[in-house]
Design a protein around this ligand. Structure first.
Ligand code: SF4
Length: 492
């Protein structure tokens, strides 16, 4: 059993980027209070599992992670196990009964006191704790998430998030700008804004949504080259937002808009605040006013009462819209949601078949769109070096961790913007050859916007999510484990 001094903590992060931000905050607090983070659970004194409680498979994965940590404890390899995160928040009492081996099951609010809880689990005491510390970035050095708000005021029938994360609450603009400056000073070039409901950012603090002023201020930070927005609820897009996406050189022309369905009767049963026609009008508007915009969406199949005809309508919509990326989720009945008691629950076989049909359709579309990029030149942000000595990067249309990547041949460094020629394509991956590496001191915006290749970097299609584990590769300290794919595709 490890009894290191200072004690070591292994943090398992599961779930979505919002959860990752919580893990980053806990990591910062643990480090600030004298703990060392380790990527190896067997070197740890304590394992902290930051769980996801969103839908069935995510819950199962979280429980398995806790059981695995408990096994290490039983074998005497670690001294204590702590579970926190959304699953712990949602089922604290049940977990305390079902998993008595776990030393502590902490609700979300207790994450701010994680160092004290780890101390308690180890039988340590002290008089004073550092109660705020910069979050420890667990993504590669050149990109980071910025959580602009948490919680949600919508009441989508299938969604457990409001019951877990509470009402929508935003971080003040000045605090976010300060955090973004700190990240930029540390080498971040791409900021990925996340929340449960990005479009309504600031409405709780300022009386009306303040997303555009926030994004403008973040984009003013000189070292930030790409500003990417995730999780936009379709009903609340504004003309002001569209203008920002169309005109601001640093705002990625990439729209992540989970739609969940397109058939009106299903949207009504889901309690979504939009209709088929409004969605079609918005998509047409976005594509007209933001030429070449990349579109990502996600859909739920097998929602209670979804008829064959309504599913066919969804398939046809996806086929016609030709999203860059579209992820399907099988409906998971969740306690505490209004859909939980709906009649019309579908058999698992039908759900699985609908999932297969939608996934295969999107894969075909993604493959076709990627093939259309072969021979074009594109600007790529280099993410990582592969064990084979090549590099992986992303285009402006690709969000980290969920979208496609470009496998790059030629000289490149993580964090660089480079120009590549696309030489090959698969549904979710492209091959590229370096044309022009960025020189030290180059203006990344000039490079990312100034390419006049055979095609535009915004002509293409997105691939499916890649689930590469990138956590902390460039971090100056050992990183926590990143074991889970994102589970947040059905939000907002
Ligand atoms: S799906 Fe998204 S918008 Fe709807 S309640 Fe859940 S978090 Fe809110």
């Amino acid at each position: 059993m490890s009894q290191s001094n200072p004690p070591k903590v292994h943090l398992v992060n599961l779930g979505c980027p919002k959860n990752l931000v919580d893990s980053e905050k806990m990591s910062g607090l643990l480090q600030g209070n004298g703990y060392v983070l380790t990527a190896d659970p067997e070197q740890a004194d304590v394992v902290v599992v930051n769980t996801c409680g969103f839908i069935g498979p995510a819950k199962e994965e979280s429980i398995q992670a806790i059981l695995e940590a408990n096994r290490l404890k039983e074998e005497g390899r670690v001294r204590a196990v702590i579970a926190t995160g959304c699953l712990a928040q949602r089922y604290q009492e049940e977990l305390q009964i079902e998993l008595p081996e776990a030393d502590q099951i902490l609700p979300l609010a207790e994450e701010a006191h994680i160092a004290a809880h780890v101390d308690r689990a180890l039988g340590r005491t002290r008089d004073h704790y550092l109660d705020s510390a910069p979050r420890a970035q667990l993504t590669p050095r050149h990109w980071a998430y910025l959580r602009i708000s948490d919680g949600c005021d919508h009441q989508c029938a299938f969604c457990a998030i409001p019951g877990i994360r509470g009402k929508h609450h935003s971080e003040p603009i000045d605090k976010l700008v300060e955090e973004a400056r700190r990240l930029a000073d540390g080498g971040v070039r791409e900021l990925v804004l996340v929340s449960q409901d990005s479009v309504r950012y600031g409405a709780d603090l300022y009386g009306r949504a303040q997303l555009v002023p926030l994004m403008e201020q973040l984009a003013d930070i000189p070292d930030i080259a790409w500003l990417r927005l995730m999780y936009t609820y379709p009903a609340f897009w504004t003309g002001e937002m569209i203008a920002l996406f169309a005109n601001h050189p640093k705002v990625c022309k990439y729209i992540d808009m989970p739609l969940q369905h397109i058939a009106d009767p299903v949207l009504r049963r889901m309690k979504r605040a939009t209709t088929r026609q409004k969605t079609l009008d918005l998509l047409a508007d976005l594509r007209e006013r933001i030429p070449g915009v990349g579109l990502r969406s996600s859909f739920i199949v097998g929602f209670p009462g979804e008829t064959e005809a309504q599913f066919e309508e969804l398939l046809e919509f996806v086929a016609q819209t030709r999203f860059d990326y579209a992820t399907a989720f099988i409906y998971s009945p969740e306690e505490g949601t209004s859909a939980y008691k709906l009649d019309g629950e579908m058999d698992e076989e039908t759900k699985a078949e609908r999932y297969r049909l939608l996934t295969e359709l999107q894969e075909r579309i993604s493959g076709e769109r990627n093939h259309a990029l072969v021979g074009t030149s594109q600007i790529v942000l280099v993410d990582e070096r592969t064990p084979e000595g090549q590099h992986l990067g992303r285009m402006e249309r690709d969000a980290p961790e969920i979208d496609g990547q470009v496998l790059i041949e030629g000289p490149a460094e993580p964090g660089q913007f480079i120009e590549v020629e696309i030489t090959g394509a698969a549904p979710y991956e492209l091959n590229g050859r370096v044309l022009a590496p960025q020189r030290r001191g180059d203006d990344p915006i000039g490079l990312s916007r100034g390419v006049a290749g055979k095609g535009s970097s915004r002509d293409g299609l997105r691939g499916e999510r890649s689930q590469s584990e990138q956590g902390g590769k460039d971090a100056p300290w050992e990183s926590p484990e990143r074991v889970a794919p994102r589970r947040d595709g059905v939000q907002p």
